[in-house]
Design a protein around this ligand. Sequence first.
Ligand SMILES: [Cu+2]
Length: 119
Amino acid sequence: MSLDKIIILISSVGLIGFIYWFFLSRRPDDSPMVTTAAISVSGGYSPSVTKVPVGQPVTLTFTRTDPNPCLEELIIPDLKIKKDLPLNTPLALTLTLTRPGVYPFHCGMNMYHGKIIAV
Ligand SMILES: [Cu+2]
């Protein structure tokens, strides 16, 4: 095997290793369980994952500071929630999730995503 092939082989193995590490080392489920969360809406949702207990009222407060009209609408399809997020005006949503699971939410154009994990 020539030297350049060995270099390509080593760098491919390294790249694959890096890809595995990059994706598998991210554990969004490690987030702490909360009953209130402040989610800032600016170029996405931060935090993008909120873990909440099942069967307890939880309050998520969304505050949009990004003038991008794309983020104006907040949609949680599984809960049939569709809300407007006026700029710089916190919107508090109080929910009681009765079933464990992942409840994704997204902006009006389905470009930015977040999720609520009920456990
Ligand atoms: Cu959007």
